[in-house]
Design a protein around this ligand. Sequence first.
Ligand SMILES: Nc1ncnc2c1ncn2[C@@H]1O[C@H](COP(=O)(O)OP(=O)(O)O)[C@@H](O)[C@H]1O
Ligand SMILES: CC(=O)N[C@@H](CCC(=O)OP(=O)(O)O)C(=O)O
Length: 300
Amino acid sequence: MNAPLKELQDVSPAIKAEVLAQALPYIKKYHGKTIVIKYGGNAMTEERLKEGFARDVILLKLVGMNPVVVHGGGPQIDDALKKVGKAGTFIQGMRVTDEETMEVVEWVLGGEVQQDIVMLINHFGGQAVGLTGKDGGLIHARKMMIPNKEKAGEMLDIGFVGEIESINPAVVKALQDDAFIPVISPIGFGEDGQAYNINADLVAGKMAEILKAEKLVMMTNIPGVMDKNGNLLTDLTAREIDALFADGTISGGMLPKISSALDAAKSGVNSVHIIDGRIEHSLLLEILTEQAFGTMIRSH
Ligand SMILES: Nc1ncnc2c1ncn2[C@@H]1O[C@H](COP(=O)(O)OP(=O)(O)O)[C@@H](O)[C@H]1O
Ligand SMILES: CC(=O)N[C@@H](CCC(=O)OP(=O)(O)O)C(=O)O
């Protein structure tokens, strides 16, 4: 028996029953609703966490919700790049993606990382199907240029990094209706068939909007959004986020995450959360218990 289960044996039956009973209103509230889960690469570094995640997603599906997984894999891409003697470079949270890097991104995200998640979900009794942006014309992308912060008005070319042009959710909806759990890699395709590396937070946020999801949960490697002194901010509005951007409190990978979370909240996703994916079963705790977790992003 693994360690957490051993600890669970010591918990009184009354407490166990209370926790289970607590889940009932949430199961009712989210029954039949779509929940988009952004599974960040930093939250899938340990086997124990990956297995817990797979089992949580299956449980959500079995109690009547429609989980849709959008996965990342930044650290896994970094590892693969190292093997070919390349170092990852990021500008404003986006990986600079030359041709060789794009090849690595495609086989790491669309291959290894996606298949690992799909296989684990299937192993524990769910039915997961892996998709990239190409499948069913899911994600149309175009080249992204980003503003040069050092030179006003100038745009930077960061290679084959994509922004989302459109999402055609038909394939995801068909899978959901058929009891499958879609697992989506953040790779988009242009008109000419060119593959683009899209930040997974952008895909998760847009997917939640297009699918009219009830909830977007972003699982990362930090307790939530922190203020300048490292204190957790449990709740953030659009105006507060603007201030955090302006004074530089938010940087790196948190930039696309917060922007995507806020866009989703503004476009009607009722509950948007950034949570610590390093805590075992954080997904279940966030969705099925009263436990306040991480940072909630509000449109106003
Ligand atoms: N204000 C902030 N609060 C929390 N994390 C921040 C903040 N500013 C920058 N970050 C960084 O953002 C990281 C999360 O983004 P990222 O590494 O891209 O995660 P993921 O791989 O889960 O998408 C954190 O680990 C942290 O280093
Ligand atoms: C353009 C861009 O930055 N793409 C990301 C895609 C993977 C990702 O977003 O992974 P995490 O969620 O684990 O950070 C990258 O190449 O790392």
